[in-house]
Design a protein around this ligand. Structure first.
Ligand SMILES: [Zn+2]
Ligand SMILES: [Zn+2]
Length: 349
C-alpha cells in the first residue's frame, strides 16, 4: 500500500464523501502556500483528495492501494501524479491561484442532480464481476436530440437575444452604486445558440422524463459498500447544462462459506482425527467450485493451507485462498474405538 490518504486528510476510512470534502477544504486552506503553508504538505493533501474525493477512485484506492488500478473500473483515465482540475469541481477557486490553472475558467456551468441507488449482487458476482441491468426513473437526456434541443438534421443558430454571447448585461443597484452584471441569457439558457427547429420529442428542452434501463459493468473484486460512479447518468437538465452522475452503492450478499480480506479468501475445512494424523486428499469449496487438496500428515487444528490463485482477482493477478483446517475430535466412541484409542495412549505432557 502506498501512502495512507485517509491519514493525510485526517478522516476515518468510513468517512462520507462529504466529510472528505470538508476535511480537504479545511486542510487546503490551512496549508495553502499563498498563506505561508508548506508546498510539499499542500501537494500531499491535494494528492490525497484526488484519490479519495472521487467515489470511484476511492473505491479503487480502498481495494488496490492506488487510485489508478485496476484497469477497466469506470471510465476516468486518471492523471497519474498530475493535477486533474476536473476532480475539484467547485473547489477550483482554491487551486486557481496556486496552480495557475484555469479551473474555474468558464464559470460554474449548471449540472443536474446526482442520483444514488443500490445494486445488489451475489458474493460470486462480486469476485468475478458482473454486468447488471439497472432501471431508474428520472429525467433523462432526450435520446432524439442528444440533449441539444435541436431537431435532428437541423442546425443550431446564433441566439438573437444575446447575439451569441450567452449572456445579457443587467444593471443592478447596490449600496456602492449601479453595477453592471452579466446574466445568463434566458432565451438560449446561456448557450449563445438556439436550435433552428426545436426537437419534436422534447420541444427543445433536451430532456425526457421516464424510466431508463442501463447496463453497468461491475468490475471483478468489488466489496460490499463500495461506490461506483456512472458519469452523466444522473438527472438531466437538457440544454441548461451537464447531467448529474449516477452513484451506485454496491451491496454484496455474503456467502457463509467464505471470508474475505482484500484479495485473500478464507474457508474453514473440517477434517477427522485420522485424516489429520495420516494425511488425506479432501474436497474444498472455492469460488471456482470444489477442488481437491492434500492434507499433509501431522496437520494440526488451525493450520493454514494455501490454495494459490483461488482468491480475488486484482490488477496484480489473483489472490490466494487460505484453508483453515479444523480437526474434529470424536465425541461419541463405541467400545472398539475407545479400546483402540486407549491402546494408542496419545498424550502430551
Ligand atoms: Zn429532444
Ligand atoms: Zn441567448
Amino acid at each position: 500500500m502506498s501512502k495512507d490518504y485517509y491519514k493525510i486528510l485526517g478522516v476515518d476510512k468510513s468517512a462520507s464523501q462529504d466529510d472528505i470534502k470538508k476535511a480537504f477544504r479545511k486542510l487546503a486552506h490551512e496549508h495553502h502556500p499563498d498563506k505561508g503553508g508548506s508546498e510539499a504538505k499542500f501537494k500531499e493533501i491535494n494528492e490525497a483528495y484526488q484519490a479519495l474525493g472521487d467515489a470511484e477512485k476511492r473505491a479503487r484506492y480502498d481495494q488496490y492501494g492506488s487510485a489508478d488500478g485496476p484497469q477497466g473500473f469506470g471510465g476516468a483515465g486518471g492523471f497519474p501524479g498530475g493535477f486533474d482540475p476536473s476532480a475539484f469541481g467547485d473547489l477550483g477557486d482554491i487551486f486557481g491561484s496556486f496552480f495557475g490553472g484555469s479551473t474555474g475558467g468558464r464559470g460554474r456551468s449548471p449540472k443536474g442532480d446526482d442520483v444514488e441507488m443500490e445494486v445488489f449482487m451475489t458474493f460470486k458476482e462480486s469476485i468475478f464481476g458482473v454486468a447488471k441491468e439497472i432501471s431508474l426513473n428520472k429525467t433523462n437526456t432526450c435520446a432524439r436530440c442528444g440533449g441539444q434541443g435541436a431537431e435532428p438534421g437541423t442546425k443550431l443558430k446564433e441566439c438573437a437575444t444575446c447575439k451569441g454571447k450567452g449572456f445579457t448585461i443587467a444593471n443592478q443597484r447596490t449600496i456602492l452604486g449601479s453595477v453592471q452584471m452579466r446574466v445568463a441569457c434566458t432565451d438560449c439558457d446561456g448557450r449563445g445558440e438556439k436550435p433552428e427547429k426545436a426537437c419534436t420529442e422534447c420541444r427543445g428542452e433536451g430532456t425526457s422524463r421516464g424510466r431508463k434501463t442501463l447496463r453497468v459493468d461491475i468490475p471483478a473484486g468489488v466489496e460490499d459498500g463500495m461506490q461506483m460512479r456512472v458519469r452523466g447518468e444522473g438527472e438531466s437538465i437538457g440544454t441548461q447544462g451537464e447531467p448529474g452522475d449516477l452513484y451506485l452503492r454496491l451491496r454484496v450478499s455474503p456467502d457463509p462459506r467464505f471470508g474475505r480480506e482484500g484479495t485473500t479468501l478464507y474457508v474453514t475445512k473440517k477434517v477427522g482425527f485420522t485424516q489429520a494424523a495420516l494425511g488425506d486428499t479432501v474436497t474444498v469449496d472455492t469460488v471456482d467450485g470444489p477442488v481437491s487438496m492434500k492434507i499433509p500428515p501431522g496437520t494440526q487444528s488451525g493450520d493454514e493451507l494455501r490454495l494459490r490463485g483461488k482468491g480475488v482477482p486484482s490488477n496484480r493477478g489473483r489472490g490466494d485462498q487460505i484453508v483453515i483446517v479444523k480437526v474434529i475430535t470424536p465425541q461419541k466412541l463405541d467400545k472398539d474405538a475407545r479400546r483402540l484409542l486407549e491402546e494408542l495412549n496419545l498424550r502430551e505432557e
